[in-house]
Each structure stands twice: as structure tokens, then as C-alpha cells.
Design a protein around this ligand. Structure first.
Ligand code: HEM
Length: 111
């Protein structure tokens, strides 16, 4: 499924193909130890209101740290990486509700 979506700007972004590759192993390891699960899709896409954000508190707090240049500590993300993350928050699978029936069809390779 990811192969279809990669590099195709007309398709919505997804965590596994668009966001996860932006993180280095050291980012994931460093933050996992502090309860920020950058590498875990369900945690990153959690819709729960948290940290003062009205929805998707985990992802929005991560974006806040990134866009303020606070994280990663050894150098802020360039604008193109921030733009991909922002696009994912706006229109990607973070906010899209995909019916389970459709997800199963993709997993089976029949859609
Ligand atoms: C893309 C990479 C990273 C992201 C998105 C990220 C995200 C975050 C977030 C959301 C927080 C919570 C604090 C806040 O929101 O102000 C945080 C804190 C922290 N992170 Fe990261 N982090 C990244 C990389 C790293 C790396 C590589 C290290 C270690 C070398 C690190 C060390 C820390 C530490 C020590 C804190 C707590 C102290 C503080 O708030 O300044 N982070 N990070």
C-alpha cells in the first residue's frame, strides 16, 4: 500500500510512509525514554485532547517542539520537513477516519 502512496502528492499523507522516515533512530530512542513515542503510529495518531490542545495532543505537542526549534536538540528541522508534518496533521491519516472494511481490503491487496 505504501508504495502506491509514496511520492504521489495527490494522496493523503500517512504516518508510516511520510512521518516515521523523518525521525532518526536517535530521536526515537531519546524520546521513548521520556514517554514521547515518536516511532509508534497509534501513539502519534491518538486523537485525545492533551497538553492544552483540543485534539491529537501527542502529535501537536511534538509539532510544537519541532516548529519552535526546541527539538531535536542538535538542530531544528528545515521548513520542508516541518511542512510535511504539518500537511499530515491537516489532511493525513492523523485526522482521516478510514473504515475498517477499507483497511482490510488494502491489507489483502484487493483494493
Ligand atoms: C525529531 C526529534 C525530536 C522530537 C520531535 C522531540 C520532541 C520532544 C518533545 C515533544 C518534548 C517535550 C517537551 C516540550 O514539548 O517542550 C521533548 C523533550 C525533551 N527531549 Fe526531545 N525530541 C526530539 C529529539 C530529541 C533527542 C535526539 C534528544 C536527546 C539527544 C531529546 C531529548 C529531550 C529532552 C532531554 C527533553 C526534556 C527536556 C526539555 O524539555 O528540554 N529529544 N522532546
Amino acid at each position: 500500500m505504501d508504495m502506491f502512496f509514496q511520492g504521489d502528492n495527490s494522496m493523503p499523507t500517512s504516518f508510516s510512509s511520510d512521518i516515521l522516515p523523518l525521525f532518526r533512530p536517535t530521536d526515537i530512542a531519546c524520546m521513548k525514554a521520556r514517554g514521547v513515542s515518536l516511532g509508534v503510529s497509534d501513539w502519534m495518531r491518538d486523537p485525545t485532547a492533551k497538553f492544552g490542545f483540543p485534539d491529537h495532543g501527542n502529535a501537536r505537542r511534538v509539532f510544537s517542539a519541532l516548529s519552535r526549534g526546541k527539538m531535536p536538540p542538535d538542530g531544528a528541522w528545515p521548513p520542508d520537513k516541518l511542512a510535511i508534518y504539518q500537511q499530515w496533521m491537516n489532511e493525513g491519516s492523523i485526522s482521516r477516519a478510514i473504515p475498517a472494511r477499507v483497511l482490510r481490503a488494502f491489507a489483502c491487496g484487493i483494493a
